[in-house]
Design a protein around this ligand. Sequence first.
Ligand SMILES: NC(=O)c1ccc[n+]([C@@H]2O[C@H](COP(=O)([O-])OP(=O)(O)OC[C@H]3O[C@@H](n4cnc5c(N)ncnc54)[C@H](OP(=O)(O)O)[C@@H]3O)[C@@H](O)[C@H]2O)c1
Length: 212
Amino acid sequence: MRIGIIGAGFIGRAVARLAVKHGHEVMISNSRDPRTLTSAMISIGCRIGTATDAVEFGDVVLLAIPFFALEDIAPGPFAGKVLLDATNYYPARDDQIPALDSGQATTSELVARHFEGAKVVKAFNAILERDIEPDARLVGAPDRRALPIAGDDALAKATVAELLGELGFDVVDAGVLGEGWRFERARPAYCVRLDVAGLEAALANAPWSSLV
Ligand SMILES: NC(=O)c1ccc[n+]([C@@H]2O[C@H](COP(=O)([O-])OP(=O)(O)OC[C@H]3O[C@@H](n4cnc5c(N)ncnc54)[C@H](OP(=O)(O)O)[C@@H]3O)[C@@H](O)[C@H]2O)c1
């Protein structure tokens, strides 16, 4: 599979390394001239390009940027793409966003609003970048970690679940994008190493409360 990655920081590089290890073709991008990623290209074994190049390259596209940069990314090229949304909302970094503070929307719903026409699947937001490679396991490993996903498009979710499974994780579907709050920051399923049963319980028992 071809995976385009927007954001070549901690999470973008960790996913890129794991995907390359599993034989996928990857293109990473950042906010600057792609030549700033030359050393990463060599070390990871991936391609580099602009954000638009990465979107066009990817069968799936990973969004791995700070939430505050969302509006800086032109939405046009994303139409029809499966978009894995790894972003999280940290008010200290991203400023207060009333729709998120009040629970009127989830982060991935705002991402889907911005990238209208993209098939957004919330994924890779609830695992620390430093855990991505060491926690990946072969299918059937007794200590295989489960990751949550959410999305409004069943086919896109199936594509993402298959990819995550191949990369080394079990998957628990938390429902539509509106249910994504269940594994956003500070919830019991957020960045905690859990198996399928543990993750299902953490998602089901997540208490809703304002995180302001
Ligand atoms: N770190 C984690 O463990 C982790 C885990 C799960 C989810 N997340 C979430 O994933 C997102 C990224 O986190 P991170 O830790 O990887 O951040 P990071 O290390 O700061 O990297 C951010 C990347 O986004 C790029 N970027 C910023 N604005 C951009 C724009 N307008 N166009 C294209 N690229 C742009 C930056 O490029 P420049 O260098 O050119 O600015 C940089 O490559 C955040 O929303 C975070 O909350 C992080």
